[in-house]
Design a protein around this ligand. Structure first.
Ligand code: ADP
Length: 543
């Protein structure tokens, strides 16, 4: 009997108490029946035995429930065994020996196999002793009773063992559960702390469109935005196009949309306004159920303001450069018209003219880029019906002298007639840029192939060269503004890194796109895809 925890001690007391009360009740019943049947031979002995049984029950009733001394737990059943022996001795034919079942069950449960052996030996000894008394007849019960009691005690022992094992398993499981809960709580605290420590807003939107978890930065950033309530002034990325309340990022996120890095302005132009970069991602479904969405917002007011200031400065400087440049080029052309020029002076003036023209192209590129970013999505187009073939052939003719100078052959034999609706001037810019790159970055004696084709409702223009190609690490960046590959940056091939960025803006403004497929050492293929439009111009306000 090693019950040591308070709950085990309480359980021990409860089972002993139940055992004793039932035993006392059985003793009362036995006393009543045996006295009614007149089977009591020695009343004094019987009353003493019964009295001891009741006293034991009273001791257990009165003993403290949570501090039952272990000697009482042992002594009470031992005394019971003797008391029942006394009652049995005083009424040999009444079958009082059955009452031993109560202490036997208790002893088997509380003291294990040693208890089983002890109670069996004690009962057998009493029965044997009483068998010598001539008032006891030796009967089958003389042998069966100790055996039955041993069996009862053993079963009680094993049942108790099983219960203990189950309880200990349950306790282990509940301890594990407590630990898991504690871990989950700590994890949640950690996530909350981490979320609160970062300076971008994070908010969870439930599948039903409710705002759930959010962090401190979110509360800070969203003050005055549509994330916390209706907000009057919300503008698109260009800062001037007003957004309706259902078009704002948070309204779209609540409606179930998912998007990446959308810029939105809060506050009227000219006032104290805030630019947020908002990304909405879908959370992984859990157990097949929609996990909702998470919205991450970042305050990019400082970056956007600096970016705009830089673009404005570059645009205004470029604008200021354009007039004097035009004048310089005009005067240089005039000067070169003079037949009396010394050859060396002519050569110098030609170099000056070439560089001035390059400078003018650069200024034009910069102005085009800054115009595109001011319009937010691209260029203001003036679409009109045009044949792409004519545009491409004109561009090929114009680049042909430069190609010939490097021994590069331009193959335009697969250019098909392709009437469509485009801004011919802008598209010529794209073709010029792709052809000039294919020649500029090609090897001497290389080959350039241009094709124009229709693929269902798409017009496809391809410019392929067999030059050095572009390294994998740089392929993703060549459409960025001012990007030039390492291989050409320090070479004598001039460029601003703006041509492809402008070309892509133009293609996108037409509703198309431009892509590159390239293999280092084997060349590049630039592909422009534009939606095919027939008949009258239909993008009169595309910007
Ligand atoms: P630029 O030609 O003025 O440098 P672009 O925007 O037209 O600017 O091109 C960006 C960069 O992409 C170039 O500097 C060059 O490194 C690379 N590039 C463009 N076209 C080709 C090509 N056909 N072959 C290899 N590299 C190319």
């Amino acid at each position: 009997m090693s019950g040591s925890s308070p709950s085990e001690r309480l359980g021990l007391h409860r089972s002993l108490l139940t055992n004793q009360l039932l035993q006392a009740a059985a003793a009362i019943l036995a006393a009543a029946v045996t006295s009614f049947l007149g089977q009591i031979q020695d009343v004094t002995l019987f009353v003493s035995g019964a009295g001891i049984v009741f006293t034991c029950a009273a001791v257990i009733v009165l003993s403290p429930r949570d501090r039952l001394p272990s000697w009482i737990a042992l002594a009470v059943p031992v005394i019971d065994v003797i008391a029942i022996g006394l009652m049995r001795g005083s009424a040999p034919v009444a079958g009082i020996g059955l009452l031993w079942a109560f202490p036997a069950i208790w002893i088997g449960a509380a003291f294990g196999i040693r208890g089983v052996i002890g109670v069996t030996v004690a009962v057998s000894a009493i029965i044997t002793y009483q068998a010598f008394d001539e008032s006891h007849r030796v009967a089958a019960s003389t042998f069966v009773l100790p055996f039955t009691l041993a069996a009862l005690a053993t079963m009680s022992h094993f049942a108790t063992q099983r219960t203990r094992a189950q309880r200990s398993l349950l306790e282990k499981q509940s301890a594990e559960l407590r630990r898991s809960l504690e871990r989950a709580r700590r994890q949640e605290d950690l996530v909350t702390e981490v979320l609160d420590a970062v300076d971008f807003g994070v908010i969870h939107i439930t599948p039903g469109g409710e705002f759930a978890v959010s962090n401190e930065a979110h509360a800070r950033l969203q003050a005055g935005t549509d994330a916390v309530g209706p907000s009057s002034a919300v503008f698109a990325a260009d800062g001037i196009t007003p957004l309706e309340s259902r078009q704002t990022p948070f309204a779209r996120a609540r409606a179930g949309e998912v998007f990446d890095g959308e810029l939105v302005w809060y506050g009227m132009p000219g006032e104290d306004r805030r630019a947020l970069n908002v990304t909405v991602r879908r959370l992984r479904p859990r157990d097949g159920a929609d996990g909702g969405r998470v919205v991450v917002s970042r305050d990019v007011t400082a970056e956007e303001t600096a970016l705009r200031a830089r673009e404005d400065l570059v645009a205004s400087v470029s604008h200021e450069l354009r007039t004097p440049l035009t004048s310089i080029i005009g005067y240089l052309e005039l000067a070169l018209d003079d037949d009396r020029l010394e050859p060396s002076t002519r050569e110098q003036l030609e170099i000056a003219e070439r560089n001035a023209i390059r400078l003018r192209e650069l200024v034009a590129d910069i102005l085009a880029v800054s115009a595109a970013s001011r319009h937010g999505v691209g260029f203001a187009l003036q679409p009109a019906p045009a044949d792409l073939e004519a545009i491409v052939r004109a561009a090929v003719t114009s680049v042909a002298p430069r190609a010939a100078a490097q021994g590069i052959e331009i193959d335009a034999s697969a250019v098909r007639s392709c009437p469509t609706v485009v801004d011919a001037h802008r598209l010529r810019q794209v073709v010029d840029n792709l052809l000039s790159n294919a020649v500029k970055y090609n090897r001497r004696g290389g080959r350039v192939t241009v094709t124009v084709d229709r693929e269902e409702d798409t017009v496809v223009l391809r410019v392929a060269d067999d030059g050095p190609g572009i390294s994998p690490s740089e392929q993703g960046r060549i459409f960025e503004r001012f990007f030039r590959a390492d291989a050409v940056r320090n070479s004598t091939v001039h460029g601003s890194g703006l041509g492809l960025a402008i070309s892509r803006d133009i293609a996108r403004a037409h509703g198309g796109d431009i892509t590159v497929a390239t293999q280092p050492g084997r060349g590049s293929v630039f592909t422009v895809r534009l939606p095919h439009k027939e008949g009258a111009a239909s993008w009169s306000s595309m910007s």
